[in-house]
Design a protein. Sequence first.
Length: 135
Amino acid sequence: RMALTVLDAAAHAFAIVCLADGRLVPLEERRFLSFVADDPAFTGRTPEAAAAAWLKAFRAVSRSPDYSACLPVIAEAAASPVDKATLMRAAQGALIADRVEAPQEAGAIERLAQALGPEPRIGLEQHDAATAPGE
């Protein structure tokens, strides 16, 4: 089993959520590429690297219908709370990627959060606070 980079792990997290409702639409792949282009964690990553990570993740997640095989590999790639927060941002981005919020997708995010441990929630809250528009 090959260790994943944080970019690969983010692609896996995104793919797990997108595929949780049993279908993948082209818009979801485009949303992942946009996520990588816009997220500060991936500054300097090329669109080609993002597309390669997506393809690798899509294949891996497709082979694991309940994606349980992917969760430990994703968690292993997240070495720090910052990495965990990045993966949770990817998962959250996937939730709205197809413009349809399915309960299975929310369940996938919950399972990812459990696999990553307690820190991702903290990282996500800090990110939300940092990106929330001023009152």
